[in-house]
Design a protein around this ligand. Structure first.
Ligand code: ATP
Length: 255
């Protein structure tokens, strides 16, 4: 595809009561990039994420993912297209093991097409084996293999963030929306999380769009940054452009 952008959203609007949480916002995410989405508290960043993957239907606007409109698809269909997201507060299933969390998330291919086939049980067994291998591999790569059989509820906040990211990777995503991956995470783990993001980006070609208040994380990871304020686009540019943009500085100083 000739379009250098994997995701393009235009004219997005969402009102809650009288509040314009997202107000004619646009965003684009270049293929294979790590792109940032920043803005003061209440700027509408999480709402924009919800609109991008249709967790909340937009009042207006459209979202194009890899050249195809996706605004009409429910979130699980969006996920099957390769667009995944994490949440500000990780949504792990506390009463299940870490490994079970990974396996439950995995999309299964052996659906309808093998329904009438004598091969079906074999295919399912093979698929489960592959998913298990992938789950172990991912848990190893984020340092959670030793916790595979622990309850997910026993993990620390930072470890839950890792589990959620690893779980998203079970889908072999093309674009991952990360909602504050560094929030409430200790500095050592923040560095590790940044390394995993870089590794998945560089080695697996995963594109990332990241909401984050930690500016060190944003400035060190991102190729391009979008700034939202009061639901509207305030600026977008390279990290150095954003760091010196007077409108951005003003928005952050709360003038
Ligand atoms: P933060 O950085 O603090 O997480 P944010 O930029 O992600 O903020 P949003 O959470 O998208 O901002 O919120 C934008 C605005 O929309 C806020 O005024 C918020 O109170 C409002 N809002 C968000 N979700 C809802 C909802 N479900 N119902 C009513 N108002 C909402």
């Amino acid at each position: 595809s000739p379009d250098p952008n994997l995701l393009v959203a235009t004219g997005l609007c969402k009102c809650f009561g009288g509040i314009h949480a997202v107000d004619h916002a646009e965003i684009s995410v270049a293929r294979n990039s790590i792109t940032g989405l920043i803005g003061p508290n209440g700027a509408g960043k999480t709402t924009l994420f919800n609109l991008l993957c249709n967790f909340i239907p937009p009042d207006q606007g459209r979202v194009i993912f890899d050249g195809e409109p996706i605004s009409h698809l429910p979130p699980h269909q969006v996920a099957l297209q390769g667009l995944l997201r994490t949440f500000q507060v990780p949504r792990v299933l506390s009463r299940l093991s870490v490994l079970e969390n990974m396996l439950l998330a995995a999309p299964r291919q052996t659906g309808e097409q093998f329904w009438n086939s004598w091969l079906k049980p074999l295919r399912i067994r093979q698929e489960e084996q592959e998913l298990r291998q992938r789950a172990w591999h991912l848990l190893e790569s984020v340092g959670l293999a030793a916790k595979a059989n622990d309850y997910a509820g026993a993990l620390s906040g930072g470890q839950r963030k890792l589990l959620e990211m690893a779980r998203v990777m079970m889908h072999r995503p093309r674009l991952v929306l990360l909602d504050e991956p560094a929030a409430g995470v200790n500095p050592t783990l923040i560095n590790q999380i940044c390394e995993y993001i870089l590794q998945w980006n560089q080695q697996d070609g995963v594109t990332f769009l990241i909401i984050e208040h930690n500016m060190d994380v944003i400035m060190s990871l991102c190729h391009h940054i979008w700034v939202l304020a009061e639901g509207k686009n305030l600026a977008n540019g390279s990290p150095s452009e954003i760091q010196t943009n007077p409108d951005v500085l003003r928005a952050y100083l709360g003038q």
